[in-house]
Design a protein around this ligand. Structure first.
Ligand SMILES: Nc1ncnc2c1ncn2[C@@H]1O[C@H](COP(=O)(O)OP(=O)(O)OP(=O)(O)O)[C@@H](O)[C@H]1O
Length: 251
């Protein structure tokens, strides 16, 4: 894998940073099975926390609860100073755009029937920020921001490569002006030659926009390469959280 820029976070000494995301004693059950068992962690603005562990240890269940796509069975999710777990759906709705997922399967995250430009415009329409005059230029700007030609907006997902499609998915997430991206194995389905490009894009967006990332992954080398801290899960529990002190050597 080509070298990916992991830049040190801009932290002003002596100035405390309030966490963007604060997960407290999170519990998610699927029927009798406890998938997430009293998990706690924080993510600061501009920070990347890697969440790693074997298949079935509860990473995606944690992600779904963070996104509030699955309400947890116990525990608290605090985001940007608000307790999401205390809000009903009506009060949660305006906060949802700030928490955006990017999933593993780039084709599965976009409707096969719709043009890429429509997929990116949809969150703008839903939020009521779509304007027929300025909207298309905003979509073009988002496509350019993720390294796509605005002409790609006229294509459908199957007419793009996996890497281009993942970039379009990221553009759609950015349309919501998020503060946190939940990246669930965002490069695992991609050809290794495309992975560094997506990771570099994510690093650049984080630098520019100060986004927090929850980066879910199976691959410890990749997590150490890309993240500021690493949280390890086993059988639903968080077994350790460690800071990544120095970037892994180039391969
Ligand atoms: N909708 C569901 N219904 C029932 N059980 C589920 C459901 N989703 C997950 N599980 C179970 O909960 C446990 C945790 O699954 P989860 O998908 O969160 O783990 P994961 O670490 O993300 O796994 P992977 O890396 O394979 O995606 C597993 O035992 C899984 O079988």
């Amino acid at each position: 894998m080509a070298r990916t820029a992991r830049r040190p976070r801009r932290v002003v000494p002596g100035v405390p940073v309030s966490p963007l995301l604060d997960i407290r004693e999170l519990v998610v059950r699927h029927g009798p099975r406890t998938a997430v068992d009293h998990v706690s962690f924080t993510i600061d603005p501009g920070e990347t926390l890697g969440l790693i562990g074997p298949s079935g240890c509860g990473k995606s269940s944690t992600a779904m609860a963070v996104l509030q796509l699955r309400r947890p069975d116990a525990g608290e999710v605090w985001f940007d100073g608000q307790e999401l777990t205390a809000l009903d759906e009506r009060r949660l709705r305006p906060l949802r755009p700030a928490l955006q997922p990017v999933f593993q399967d780039p084709y599965g995250s976009l409707s096969p029937r719709h043009k890429i430009s429509d997929a990116i415009a949809e969150p703008l329409r839903v939020q009521g920020s779509w304007d027929r005059t300025t909207g298309p230029a905003r979509v073009a700007e988002l496509l350019e921001r993720v390294g796509l030609d605005p002409a790609h907006g006229d294509r459908r997902p199957h007419e793009l490569s996996g890497g281009q499609c993942q970039r379009a998915g990221i553009a759609r997430a950015l349309a919501c002006e998020p503060k946190l991206l939940v990246l669930d194995e965002p490069v695992s389905a991609l050809d290794p030659s495309l992975r560094a490009g997506i990771l570099n894009l994510l690093a650049e967006l984080q630098e520019r926009l100060g986004l927090g990332y929850l980066f879910i992954c199976h691959d410890m080398a990749l997590v150490r390469h890309f993240c500021d801290r690493v949280a390890e899960m086993r059988e639903g529990r968080l077994v350790r959280t460690t800071a990544v002190t120095s970037p892994s050597p180039p391969r």
